[in-house]
Design a protein around this ligand. Structure first.
Ligand code: F0G
Length: 482
């Protein structure tokens, strides 16, 4: 939706939907939040949702469904084999992407597991614009390695570049030459590049990169989990595409790739996943993994009710009004915080607003997890749950030293159609307060550190009594009950 004009001259984002079902929220008093954070080991993944006021951890599986999505659930066809729901889903995806073969899977990382199982061998290289945590873990688990070739400017947090997710074409060519094309398992381009701040790739860049890969006979794979945001940005930021419909753009993007996979927890606003395979012989080769790891070929671990909802969700993703909502709210949040001098990842992307923690809490050493500390502080000061996206989310180097992340961010996700503008204003307000009191925030250290994906279940403790001091200052400002 182009921004609605206000008589007052204001530009504020507008909800193009109305609320029909609500969930009551709970704002615990500040001291209780401190207790809950201690119990959670200063890890926002370990908090209970009932203790959270604004859950901005992720947009995964928590997007609001529409009336049409919910009513579609009633027609779900329960069958172990041959469910009509599956054929409807396959046909809808073929209509949108132009690829006929669908391997269903229970979520995005299940697709990554299957693709890696089929293509990655010890010593294989997988080239990406940028990794996602699970997409990399599946490759390294099988003895492969990941090369991330996003353009250098994609990692510069403060920027005005419209497509920071673009892959560097010179580096891509050099990498293929160095690794040898036969050792490159596939080129994976991630739409709406998650870990660098939900930043999009341009159509032109996807086209050039996939053409280059094809010259070397390398398979091309699109991670479409965040494609909805990327489509919005192609239409609004790529001049040559502005007159095309979202459906046309989607089809042009899809035509570039041999395979497309998605997390249906994001793409389709439901819960599930799938891999679209252009080549019929390859599709049949990969079917066995679905029956072995996911479920029968016509549900792949998904609930048929969710599948019906997603079928409608895919169509809604083709609606410009629907996919505009999150990027416009994110832009509002990023622009307000940026104008207040808070280091943000700019321009605002999809998925969420991203705070540059390395800049905000400069006094916290990289080994004490600046973003992990800031995200814990934000729960203490407002009941807002964000996600650490930095060194804590990395795995240690082979010698046990910390692998310092190239970007150190706190992500405040905007699940689609969930939060109102006043709730967004609350978040902006609390982030501003915290920024003004940033000197009170201290570091964290592990007390329980899992070997793989440690950020999910690890437990930490503060290096000093900084949480108590921070809560004291917060109560002095806002009172005991907030
Ligand atoms: N690819 C991308 C780009 C993702 O953002 C995610 C998940 C996945 C793959 C894996 O999908 O969760 O369904 O297994 N991102 C979530 C997030 C977890 O919070 O950003 P999944």
């Amino acid at each position: 939706m182009p921004e609605i004009k206000f008589y007052s001259g204001k530009t504020i984002p507008m909800e193009m939907h109305k609320v029909k079902i609500v969930q009551k929220l709970n704002l615990l008093p500040a001291k209780e939040r401190l207790q809950k954070m201690k119990e959670a080991g200063f890890n926002t993944f370990m908090l209970h949702n009932g203790d959270i006021f604004m859950d901005m951890l992720t947009d995964s599986g928590v997007n609001a469904m529409s009336d049409n999505m919910q009513s579609a659930m009633l027609r779900a066809d329960d069958a172990y084999a041959g469910s009509e729901t599956f054929y409807r889903m396959r046909d809808k995806l073929e209509e949108i992407f132009g690829i006929a073969h669908l391997l269903p899977a229970h979520q995005g990382r299940a697709c990554e597991h299957i693709i890696a199982q089929h293509f990655v061998k010890p010593g294989s290289c997988v080239i990406m614009n940028y990794h996602f945590t699970t997409s990399k873990a599946h490759v390294t688990r099988l003895g492969g390695h990941v090369e991330e070739l996003v353009k250098d400017e994609g990692l510069v947090t403060k920027s005005t570049l419209p497509f920071k997710g673009n892959i560097d074409l010179d580096k891509l060519k050099a990498c293929i030459e160095k690794e040898g094309a036969e050792n490159v398992a596939y080129l994976r381009l991630e739409a709406g590049t998650n870990l660098i701040g939900g930043q999009p790739i341009s159509y032109e860049n996807m086209k050039a990169a996939t053409e280059l890969a094809k010259q070397y006979g390398i398979m091309t794979l699109l991670d479409a989990s965040l494609l909805q945001d990327n489509l919005y940005f192609i239409k609004t930021r790529e001049d040559s595409m502005k007159d095309k419909s979202i459906r046309e753009i989607t089809r042009m993007v899809a035509d570039l790739f041999d395979m497309i996979y998605f997390s249906g927890r994001k793409f389709g606003f439901g819960r599930g996943g799938g891999i679209l395979v252009r080549d019929e012989a390859l599709f049949h080769e990969m079917e066995d993994y679905i029956t072995m790891f996911e479920g029968f070929l016509t549900y792949g671990g998904m609930s048929v009710k969710e599948m019906e909802a997603m079928i409608i969700g895919f169509d809604e993703t083709m609606d410009f009004d629907v996919i505009s909502q999150a990027p416009q709210f994110i832009k509002h949040c990023v622009d307000e915080l940026d104008a207040a001098g808070i280091p943000m990842v700019t321009p605002g992307g999809g998925l969420g607003a991203h705070i540059d923690a390395r800049e905000v809490v400069k006094h916290i050493p990289a080994e004490q997890y600046p973003a992990g500390s800031l995200v814990a502080a934000l729960y203490l000061c407002g009941g807002i749950r964000g996600m650490e996206r930095g060194t804590l989310s990395e795995e240690r180097n082979a010698d046990g030293s910390e692998h310092i992340a190239s970007v150190e961010m706190v992500r405040l996700a905007f699940p689609r159609r969930v939060f109102t503008l006043s709730q967004t204003e609350y978040v902006i307000d609390r982030v501003k307060w915290l920024y003004d009191h940033r000197e009170l925030i201290g570091g964290l250290r592990f007390v329980h550190e899992p070997k793989t994906l440690r950020f999910f279940t690890g437990k930490l403790e503060p290096v000093s009594d900084w949480p108590e001091k921070l809560i004291e200052a917060y109560i002095a400002e806002f009172g005991e009950d907030q």
